[in-house]
Design a protein around this ligand. Structure first.
Ligand code: PLP
Length: 417
């Protein structure tokens, strides 16, 4: 008899003595209270205030009858680490509460989460439609790899809802967008996106990594699935990789089953780091939002800056949509340097003294990078033009330092000739 992952991904009894305690819905408590308390048992193992980190790849049974009971009675315990680890459920419940979702599945990385969803949902002949500013590795996966299994990828211009609708055929299974997008920070009208999916019976998924549930809640707008690279704001400390997919139990059950086969689970220590990072989620997001806006306003007023991409600025083409759907606009700010070639732009990045030169975003440290060099160096100029990556573009991922210090650093960077 085979054991299904849904049976065994339940938390081990000793780490969660009160599994019947309901998830605290986001609507009744604030984001910070939810990030500190939701999903956790009130009384934990050894009466500790923190959850234990259980380092085990396998879980023992007293005797043969206990195995049979476990298989037949859907018992609350673990069996083998690939189906999920103790401690993971706590974080999944916490994330589901923050998102206003019924359920959540955690992965070893954001990309593992996305690949897990696609592999579970798509078959040969199926079609998937993207808004074209989606994370390039996501589109690379479908275009380069899923195409080998007969899955067809279509891309339409970000924010062109008519084009998205026109791209739908009876074979379309999934509509995908990010909101906001990276690095252009285009913001999606979530109601409209969700409505297109519902009207055509196609599942919708939003990668909300840049917004987090602090700033948007796509499920509340009717989007079917939300995914995050929890590596970014949710972990928040640039010290872990993780991903999460959220939605209804019905949609997530087969996705979780496939995760148990793929083995793209998060480790016990990683889950603990994510849970710990989430404790300060609300506080950090407030500071990221504040810093993003202050830095965007500073850059917009600087004579060496040609253009700033930040949805919180009135000048941003998606500002109205952002104002309606977002609580804050996040820490990511992209800008173009006036009359600069790629080397002059690189000199500005290299002058940074506080900001660290690195990819990624969402951690406590401010990071700076030139997308042309960091992510698109091996592309042709034509490809870069297609992706909207300019030679003079700089992407700043504001951390949680004091905004005056981030601005002072940028000021001295922009003084470099
Ligand atoms: C980083 C990122 C991903 C990929 O997540 P990993 O955790 O690095 O695998 C996906 N989408 C967006 C928007 C991201 O920023």
């Amino acid at each position: 008899m085979s054991v299904t992952p849904s049976d065994v991904s339940k938390p081990a009894a000793q780490t969660d003595p009160a599994p019947s305690r309901p998830v605290v819905p986001r609507e009744t408590r604030g984001v910070s209270t939810t990030s500190v308390h939701a999903g956790e048992a009130r009384q934990k193992s050894d009466n500790a205030i923190t959850d234990p980190v259980v380092m085990a790849s396998t879980f023992t049974f007293e005797d043969t009858q206990s195995i049979i009971n476990f298989i037949e009675n859907d018992e609350d315990r673990g069996e083998y680490g690939r189906y999920g680890v103790p401690g993971e459920k706590v974080v999944e419940r916490k994330l589901a509460a923050l998102e206003g979702a019924e359920d959540a599945v955690i992965y070893s990385s954001g990309m593992a989460a996305f690949v897990g969803v696609l592999n579970s949902m798509l078959s040969s002949g199926d079609e998937i439609v993207f808004f074209d500013e989606c994370y390039h590795r996501s589109r690379e996966y479908t275009r380069k790899y899923l195409s080998r299994f007969g899955v067809v990828t279509k891309e339409v211009k970000t924010g062109d809802y008519d084009a998205m609708e026109a791209a739908i055929t009876p074979n379309t299974k999934l509509l995908v967008s990010e909101s906001p997008t990276n690095p252009h920070l285009s913001v999606i009208d979530l109601d409209r996106f969700a409505a297109i999916g519902k009207q055509h019976g196609v599942t919708t998924i939003i990668d909300a990594t840049l917004a987090t549930p602090f700033n948007i809640q796509p499920i509340v707008h009717g989007v079917d699935l939300v995914m995050h690279s929890a590596t970014k704001y949710m972990g928040g400390h640039n010290d872990l990789l993780a991903g999460v997919v959220l939605g209804s139990k019905e949609l997530l059950d087969p996705i979780r089953k496939l995760r148990g086969i793929m083995g793209s689970v998060s480790t016990p220590h990683n889950c603990y780091l994510l849970q710990r990072g989430l404790k300060t989620f609300g506080l950090r997001m407030k500071q990221h939002n504040e810093n993003g806006l202050a830095v965007a306003r500073f850059l917009e007023s600087h004579q060496r800056v040609e253009k700033v991409y930040y949805p919180g600025l009135e000048s941003h083409p998606y500002h109205e949509t952002a104002k309606e759907t977002m609580r804050g606009y996040g820490g990511l700010v992209t800008f173009l340097v006036k009359d600069a070639d790629w080397k002059q732009t690189a000199a500005i990045v290299d002058a940074a003294q506080l900001a660290r030169i690195a990819p990624s975003l969402g951690g406590v440290e401010t990071l700076i990078e030139q997308p042309l060099v960091m992510s698109y160096f091996q592309c042709t100029p034509e490809e870069r033009a297609e992706f909207g990556i300019h030679d003079n573009m700089i992407r700043l991922a504001c951390g949680i330092e004091d905004s005056a210090d981030i601005i002072a650093d940028l000021q001295q960077c922009l003084d470099v000739q």
